[in-house]
Design a protein around this ligand. Structure first.
Ligand SMILES: Nc1ncnc2c1ncn2[C@@H]1O[C@H](COP(=O)(O)OP(=O)(O)OP(=O)(O)O)[C@@H](O)[C@H]1O
Length: 300
């Protein structure tokens, strides 16, 4: 369990993280999105115990995160710019990890070699950017951490490797209760990976959602009533995030359960009524509009 309580961080009078509170449950995957400079890396470095917040508290498994060896042994952070020891081979980096992480599993490391397929005697600094990321995942997963903190980790991987890494993460989450917090610029990329998503802007989380909830709670509707004069009465009963008119058909984004919405709509005869699924991106666009932000200015 990651528990972040009212933390702030200022660099040279610039407020990078602003009174932010966040919880990530054990065995879940939290996706952190936001524009350049939103404060994602600053937040992740504090959760990883590398930087100390100016105020507020961060606990991992009920222990304070900052410079705490008992926590660090259980947490792996893959930063956006990955550091490996100069001249070290993959095997030598693995030995370093083995020394540092008590949970290191040689068996897991060997088993994952078929997934990553990089020779152990290759010098890591000579590998391509994507291959370095693969090595970082290989080492991280073999360290068997309780918490994995990933700063834009997937972006440099090719599509096949992305899928492999996602599957490996799912496996560890399901089998060992691994907790993952992952930052990205790409809503679509993390849509199928995370069970919670938060969008950061100017040091704050401006909107946070549990994916299963939002998918069952927000719907796209196409509607044309047999008697258009009933429309206002019907629409007034719905919680509408967005409304567009295309000829006689209304396109609506509506919040509420499918059952509730069906009941309201069917109180008047319909000519056209379709309830369509929304992508996570669409949901955020309308939800952020609702709280006064334009997602295009922040994410797309
Ligand atoms: N060590 C530092 N010294 C001074 N300012 C910093 C430092 N680290 C971060 N900042 C500032 O804090 C703000 C947040 O930066 P941060 O790297 O956390 O954003 P980010 O959301 O990760 O951005 P990106 O998506 O571009 O990686 C920025 O204005 C940045 O310039």
């Amino acid at each position: 369990m990651i528990r972040v309580q009212s933390i702030s961080k200022t660099y040279n009078k610039h407020l990078a993280v602003d009174d932010l509170t966040l919880q990530v449950k054990k065995g879940s995957i939290y996706g952190l999105l936001g524009s350049n400079g939103a404060g994602k890396t600053s937040l992740l470095k504090m959760i990883a115990g590398i930087n100390r917040p100016d105020k507020g508290t961060i606990e991992i498994n009920d222990l304070p995160a900052y410079e705490n060896l008992a926590v660090k042994e259980k947490v792996v952070f893959i930063p956006d710019v990955i550091y490996f020891f100069p001249q070290a081979t993959v095997a030598q980096m693995a030995s370093q990890y083995e020394e540092y992480y008590p949970g290191w599993s040689k068996e897991r490391f060997e088993q994952l070699s078929s997934a990553f397929n990089i020779e152990l005697n290759r010098k890591v600094h000579r590998l391509s950017k994507g291959m370095k990321r693969q090595v970082a995942f290989w080492l991280a997963l073999s360290a068997m951490p309780d918490v994995l903190i990933l700063d834009e980790p997937i972006d440099g991987l090719d599509p096949v490797m992305r899928q492999k890494v996602k599957n490996l993460l799912f496996q560890d989450v399901a089998e060992r209760g691994l907790t993952v917090i992952i930052s990205s610029h790409n809503l679509r990329e993390i849509e199928d990976l995370c069970d919670h998503v938060g969008i950061m802007h100017n040091g704050k989380i401006i909107i946070e959602k549990e994916i299963d909830d939002i998918k069952s709670d927000t719907h796209k509707i196409q509607l044309a009533l047999a008697d258009p004069t009933h429309e206002d009465h019907i629409l007034n009963q719905l919680t509408i995030l967005h409304h567009e008119k295309r000829g006689s058909v209304s396109l609506l984004i509506v919040r509420g359960s499918e059952e509730q919405i069906n009941k309201i709509i069917h109180s008047s005869p319909v000519l056209i009524y379709d309830l369509l699924p929304l992508t996570l991106e669409e949901i955020f666009i309308y939800e952020m509009e609702d709280v006064g932000y334009e997602i295009e200015k922040i994410l797309l």
